[in-house]
Design a protein around this ligand. Sequence first.
Ligand code: MN
Length: 208
Amino acid sequence: MNDDRDGKLTAYRGKRRFDRTREPRGEGADAGRKPVFVVQIHDATSMHFDFRLEVDGVLKSWSVPKGPTADVHDKRLAMPTEDHPMEYRTFEGVISEGEYGAGPVIVWDEGTYEPLAAGTDGKGRTFAEALEHGHASFRLDGSKLHGAYALTRFRGGEESGERESWLLVKKKDARADGRPAPDPHRARSARSGRTLRQVAEEASEETG
Ligand code: MN
């Protein structure tokens, strides 16, 4: 099996003990379909949204403290986090206390996306190359998020050695309806309809 494509999951796995957490270790990928995206809400040390795009067999990931909106005027800070395995897109549950990212996680939105004209200079970059160069746009087809968005790096990266900071912004189109990000405490899973609190309560019932 192509267990860990080019060691991309080394950082992800290094932070986790898979005998202690129910998060996936990352085993394989399926090909021949549209790339997927997922937005999880994660009540860890601080509440945040995890925005993830499938790129070359892994989930490229950004932590978005205030969450994505459908308002073109909102520029949402998005801090890159380590690539996650594809299986993470369905992960809902509670990461145990004492483990990396401890706290409940729900899948707030999920779906597929389509890369839009990649890059800023018309050089025919792939989507992965556009992201490496710090700017990519894409059209989301989720159950909550729709239409064109862009991710743009504005600090760090390349040879600077500085931690990267990005912005996640809704682009103008018919789906830019000004809808704000949800209240993370009240938001419900696109998969199970559960809130973070319900996921946490069910997990504590399971373990007694
Ligand atoms: Mn997270």
